[in-house]
Design a protein around this ligand. Sequence first.
Ligand SMILES: *[C@@H]1O[C@H](CO)[C@@H](O)[C@H](O)[C@H]1NC(C)=O
Ligand SMILES: *[C@@H]1O[C@H](CO)[C@@H](O)[C@H](O)[C@H]1NC(C)=O
Ligand SMILES: *[C@@H]1O[C@H](CO)[C@@H](O)[C@H](O)[C@H]1NC(C)=O
Ligand SMILES: *[C@@H]1O[C@H](CO)[C@@H](O)[C@H](O)[C@H]1NC(C)=O
Ligand SMILES: *[C@@H]1O[C@H](CO)[C@@H](O)[C@H](O)[C@H]1NC(C)=O
Length: 420
Amino acid sequence: MVRETRLSPLIFILFTFISFIAIFYCQDFSSSHRRQQFSALNDPPPSLDELKHKKSEERRETMLPFAVGKTPEECDIFSGKWVRDEEDKPLYEESECPYIQPQLTCQEHGRPDKDYQFWRWQPHGCDLPKFNATLLLEALRGKRMLFVGDSLNRGQYISMVCLLHSLVPENGKSMKSSYESLTVFKLKDYNATIEFYWAPLLLESNGDGAGSKVSERIIRNGSIDTHGKFWEGADVVVFNTYIWWMTRLKLKILTGSFTDSVQKFEVLQTEDAYRMAMQSMLEWVQRNMDPKKTRVFFTGMSPSHTRSIHWGGEPDGNCYNETTPVEDLEYNWALHAHESIMKIMDEEFSRSSVPLSFLNITRLSSYRKDAHTQIYKKLWSPPTEDQLANPKSYADCVHWCLPGLQDTWNELLFAKLFYP
Ligand SMILES: *[C@@H]1O[C@H](CO)[C@@H](O)[C@H](O)[C@H]1NC(C)=O
Ligand SMILES: *[C@@H]1O[C@H](CO)[C@@H](O)[C@H](O)[C@H]1NC(C)=O
Ligand SMILES: *[C@@H]1O[C@H](CO)[C@@H](O)[C@H](O)[C@H]1NC(C)=O
Ligand SMILES: *[C@@H]1O[C@H](CO)[C@@H](O)[C@H](O)[C@H]1NC(C)=O
Ligand SMILES: *[C@@H]1O[C@H](CO)[C@@H](O)[C@H](O)[C@H]1NC(C)=O
């Protein structure tokens, strides 16, 4: 497997999982598509808050595509709490959705509790609209919805398929991988597709083929179209990228092409490389998406729960054996994500003139230490005796059981799509 002795075991676990399986505070960074113009040269540049405010003002004046209503202005749907709900949750059963990959079917793999399935996200300022699969399917008639990113985005994609598929009879739907990176769920009668495109770093990289065993990441600058050409024509796009930037491997930026006989590199800090990718993605959106007809989303960082000490647990524990969310709403959720990366998203999305809805799922997911797959998933190889003696050593505290947390991400996506 991965022989990288300098990696801590947790990073090792993280890296192993992402190698083998092929992240909403109410911030809409939408605006008109022209660059912001500032009147006098002597004016101080506007602050990020001013930019965001201006954008949300502009957004309110225009009706976004797909919108059927509005979320109350003062309501931040990403700020709230988890409420136990045994009546309406889960939205589907694990056994009723054949599309969940075995890495996420926790019940099938022996998870003893089902508690993680019965939580509803309750924003402080309003109620979330009820997820209406009929409404979404009708809105997708003749259209293409596309998720682009890593295995966490694949989880959100599968959750979406699970939320919709039961409305469609068996002979009206199909799921297939057309080629390595693209998975297409087709809804015949709706002439619609819901697709997933694997591009864990969005840019072309040596992580594009699943299972690559590398000690350094090579990412090609200016390569967004390599994958981007397969995204053209999509009506709703949901991007994510995060975890693959966090492997503590060296990040080398290829300035030429992967096929050059002599390759030229620059070594960048994770933050700088991540900013480069954000800018490429926004530039791609600017060139390819029509803001009058289409919508673009970006899911923020999905938090990992690799150290229980972060929520006041045992000093050497992780998400293993956790069955309840963190109750203290004030706990330091940022320990599970990188604030520096959050800041880059914030800056780049605010400055860009591209209309993009940011799904700020980081804090709300941080409370869900109970929602990971832990050891209840299909493993790449059977656990060793040492591992069996100490199950937390091989618990996956990155990915999420389905049904579960990621259904809520899609309820938030639904809210932002129809009630921006
Ligand atoms: C769901 O959406 C459909 C289509 O717009 C509508 O007819 C139906 O009343 C909605 N259902 C609920 C429960 O709101
Ligand atoms: C199906 O949808 C595509 C766009 O995704 C459109 O070009 C095509 O005309 C539609 N076909 C039918 C039969 O409605
Ligand atoms: C990436 O490419 C852009 C545009 O070609 C350039 O402005 C930028 O400096 C490059 N970044 C790196 C790290 O090479
Ligand atoms: C799991 O949690 C239960 C109760 O919270 C505890 O009794 C048990 O010892 C824990 N198991 C492990 C392996 O940590
Ligand atoms: C996301 O939510 C967190 C927690 O409320 C907040 O600190 C952060 O600024 C938000 N990020 C963006 C880009 O809006």
